[in-house]
Design a protein around this ligand. Structure first.
Ligand code: HSE
Length: 438
């Protein structure tokens, strides 16, 4: 089957990430989508080729975005230019030309989404925008599909990574606002116009979209109340902490008796709430529904690869719709049935993890050395050791050890040898340990 042909507009941070993901994961993406996906034509005024992996696999690169949307070869246009214009004109032209569109442009959708969706509906094409809200977090799919049974009561989201990073640094390190903002800009998280981050415009774009998806109302950016974080002072952050709260910049959409609340503003929330502990540039969206109750979606809300992850997922969705059996559009096991692989599931002996070990050992010189010796011989490295005080009259003391990662089979051998020692009483308690670092 012919590959699906992509026209890519923009080779900046997200555009570059999209090239990297589409080309780097091409084989696995094709196994999921049911068809090869090829970037046939890309357009960018300026880009840095040294920062984009996979660029050589694009068929044509030019500086004319309108030539891409007019290219008859193209099936799906990915708009990653950002801003209102010419993004709006390009997207409308692509739709008029019968092409499907994927965009990460939250400003465009929040302000011109009603017009764009009407045009797409009339033309029978899809406009997908998962990357527009919370970057790589699939919150749009969750709201539109996973939560479709529910009456959504409210949504509260940390949906601007730059603002969250600034508030986190102010709280943890007492740093000044301007200094942290400069760092966020350097890291590439901030919007081209940083006032969009600190005055809440970016979060309001995203909340406008979430509000429409949750409550079935047209996009109404102009009715979304917007207050930024620029007037939050370090002393407010400290006083809130003393009272057991954290200040987070939240987008809140709530169904009230008289109508829908759409508001973005700094908010005190109890520090023990999970969402209060979402720090740095991370995003999180808490959705409260009537049937399922609260559900929380967390992840990277900005950055090249996370945002590309959402862009490419939309491309896969559209490719499946264009390609596969319509009644089984999404394969039951995520990959196309004839693309399942025979990669083996590992036996437990072969898995690798770290361990917490607890045992009772005779309180006598040389015992600890004997145990550590066995671990060493089996190639197991000890991260920490603790010997508890013996109880009155006890001959044996509890020994607690944490180890680095090692194969379960090696650990089984070590445990069997330790349990066979005369100085060790009873079985060794083993609890597996995972750091789950992000
Ligand atoms: N400036 C945005 C943020 C980028 O900081 O979250 C992603 O929309």
């Amino acid at each position: 089957m012919e590959p699906v042909k992509i026209g890519l507009l923009g080779l900046g941070t997200v555009g570059g990430g999209t090239v990297t993901v589409l080309t780097g994961n091409a084989e696995e993406i094709a196994r999921r989508a049911g068809r090869e996906i090829r970037i046939a034509h890309a357009a960018a005024r300026e880009y840095d080729p040294s920062r984009i992996q996979g660029l050589e696999r694009i068929d044509t690169i030019s500086d004319d975005a309108f030539a891409v949307v007019d290219d008859p070869e193209i099936d799906i246009v990915i708009e990653l230019i950002g801003g209102y214009s010419p993004a709006r004109e390009l997207v409308l032209k692509a739709i008029a030309n019968g092409k499907h569109v994927v965009t990460a442009n939250k400003a465009l959708i929040a302000l011109h989404g009603n017009e764009i969706f009407a045009a797409a509906q009339a033309k029978g094409v899809t406009v997908a925008f998962e990357a527009a809200v919370a970057g790589g977090v699939p919150i749009i799919k969750a709201l539109r599909e996973g939560l479709a049974a529910n009456h959504v009561e409210w949504i509260a989201g940390i949906i601007n990574g730059t603002g969250n990073f600034i508030l986190t640094e102010m709280r943890d390190k007492g740093r000044a606002f301007a200094e942290v903002l400069a760092e966020a800009q350097q890291l590439g998280y901030a919007e081209a116009d940083p006032s969009f981050d600190v005055e809440g415009t970016d979060a309001a774009h995203k909340l406008t979209i979430l509000g429409s998806l949750a409550f079935g109302i047209p996009l109404q950016f102009d009715k979304t109340f917007t207050e930024g974080i620029s007037r939050i002072e370090p002393q407010d952050v400290a006083y809130a902490a003393e009272l057991g709260y954290r200040i987070k910049h939240l987008g809140i959409a709530r169904r009230a008796a008289a109508g829908i609340e759409l508001r973005v503003h700094p908010t005190l929330i109890p520090h023990r709430r999970l969402i209060a502990n979402v720090d740095g540039v991370m995003n999180a969206v808490l959705v409260k529904c009537d049937a399922v109750g609260p559900t929380l979606y967390y992840g990277a809300g900005a950055g090249a690869l996370p945002t590309a992850s959402a862009v490419v997922a939309d491309v896969v969705d559209i490719t499946r719709a264009l390609t596969t059996d319509p009644t089984n559009r999404v394969p039951h096991l995520a990959f196309q049935p004839d693309e399942l692989s025979d990669t083996p599931v590992l036996p437990m002996d072969a898995i690798e993890t770290a361990y917490y070990l607890r045992l009772l050992a005779l309180d006598r010189p040389g015992v600890m050395a004997g145990i550590a010796g066995i671990l060493g011989e089996e190639g197991i490295s000890i991260e920490a050791i603790k010997q508890k005080e013996p109880g009155a009259g006890d001959t044996h003391v509890p020994l607690i050890m944490l180890t680095h990662r090692i194969k379960e089979g090696d650990m089984n051998r070590a445990i069997a040898r330790i349990e066979a020692l005369e100085a060790v009483q009873g079985a060794v308690v083993r609890i597996r340990m995972e750091s789950l670092e992000g």
